[in-house]
Design a protein around this ligand. Structure first.
Ligand SMILES: NC(=O)c1ccc[n+]([C@@H]2O[C@H](COP(=O)([O-])OP(=O)(O)OC[C@H]3O[C@@H](n4cnc5c(N)ncnc54)[C@H](OP(=O)(O)O)[C@@H]3O)[C@@H](O)[C@H]2O)c1
Length: 327
């Protein structure tokens, strides 16, 4: 490597293949607020996969790329921090990375870095949506679509923490769905089987929801929206549909009647629709809940050196894989 020091990192050299564990130049802090941290844990979130594959809406084509949008690390000041990286080609999946301390939080020494790295990204999706994209009030009813995923399971728990009345959890996988009442779901709806039956079940369970937390989009969302609007107890009651993820498709054919027949508004929540300042403002309280053990977290750690295996496993495991450079 020209110029000197190298570390080991997960390195993407082609958007068609998984990152490889190889040498990479040690990054150098530039601004006054930047420090080099030893990375302890970095989550392999869907956003990280789409970043590495070049399909996320924030992606550039710049390669090579070290993926990883957030993680837990320790800086030269000895402090343990959760950090959120800006869009960068030097991500968190490396022995060391550069962070901006203004985009980080100091964590208690007693916390589990793997649990924090696993949970912050999926948890912030619903936390920020309910705090920043809707005026959510205790007692309101919530429907979570794709509730069996990592973000969905945390959305159920966060809705409960925020005092939701009914929490309708809808998702695939009867076994995983059956675990959601223990996390706070008051009703569950299996999104499998005959499409008309699914629509009937969903419509019946969600007659009085105020907020939909949607990780699906695509055709299932279009069908769910029609079902929910059609069966609504009171179509004049405001309903905010928050689009957060698109695991079932990037576009959805929303019938115009759905928007006319009920007091429905569709908003999105993510990087851009919520400013970095607003996101950062929410993180300390969320991190406190995570480190206090408020949530059930579904994490699995793997050594960074096994990154290729981790990429393959991520498609089939329902646990959030966290890569650890120093296992
Ligand atoms: N905007 C934000 O701030 C933000 C933040 C975090 C995450 N996200 C996004 O939120 C989405 C979910 O993230 P995650 O961490 O929960 O991912 P995850 O852990 O991989 O879970 C995805 C879930 O979606 C389910 N699913 C996929 N296709 C489905 C379909 N057609 N019908 C029903 N369920 C379906 C999967 O079920 P199976 O296991 O049966 O396939 C799985 O339970 C991703 O798109 C992610 O990028 C957005």
């Amino acid at each position: 490597m020209p110029g000197g020091f190298v570390l080991h990192a997960a390195v993407v050299t082609s958007s068609d293949s998984a990152p490889r564990y190889q040498e990479f130049p040690v990054p150098v802090p530039a601004g006054a607020d930047e420090i080099l941290v030893d990375v302890l844990a970095a989550g392999l979130h869907p956003r990280v996969r789409s970043q590495a594959g070049g399909s996320h809406y924030t992606s550039t084509d710049e390669l090579p790329l070290v993926p990883g949008i957030d993680g837990v690390g320790r800086g030269p000041d000895g402090l343990l921090r959760y950090f959120l990286l800006p869009d960068t080609t030097m991500g968190a999946m490396a022995e060391q990375t550069v962070i901006d301390t203004r985009r980080s939080l100091v964590l208690p020494e007693s916390c589990d870095p793997v649990a924090v790295a696993a949970a912050m990204n999926p948890a912030m999706s619903s936390w920020i949506a309910l705090r920043q994209r809707v005026e959510f009030r205790a007692g309101q009813n919530v429907l979570v679509l794709a509730a069996t995923g990592n973000a969905g399971q945390l959305a159920v728990q966060i809705a409960k923490l925020f005092g939701a009345g009914r929490i309708v959890a809808a998702g695939r996988g009867a076994g995983r769905l059956a675990g959601l009442p223990a996390l706070g779901a008051t009703d569950t709806v299996l999104l499998e089987g005959d499409a008309d039956d699914v629509a009937r079940r969903l419509g019946r369970a969600a007659t009085d929801v105020d907020v939909v937390i949607d990780y699906l989009w695509g055709e299932p969302t279009a069908a769910a929206m029609v079902a929910v609007v059609t069966d609504r107890d009171d179509r004049g009651k405001p309903l905010t549909w928050i689009e957060i993820g698109s695991v079932a498709g990037p576009t959805a054919a929303i019938p115009s009647a759905a928007l006319r027949a009920a007091r429905l508004q569709i908003v999105g929540s993510g990087q851009g629709s919520v400013s970095t300042r607003e996101i950062l403002a929410e993180l300390p309280e969320l991190a406190r809940e995570i480190t206090n053990g408020t949530f059930d977290i579904n994490a699995q750690s793997m050594p960074l050196s096994d990154v290729e295996q981790a990429w393959a496993d991520a498609a089939s495991t329902s646990r959030r894989i966290v890569l650890t450079p120093r296992p």
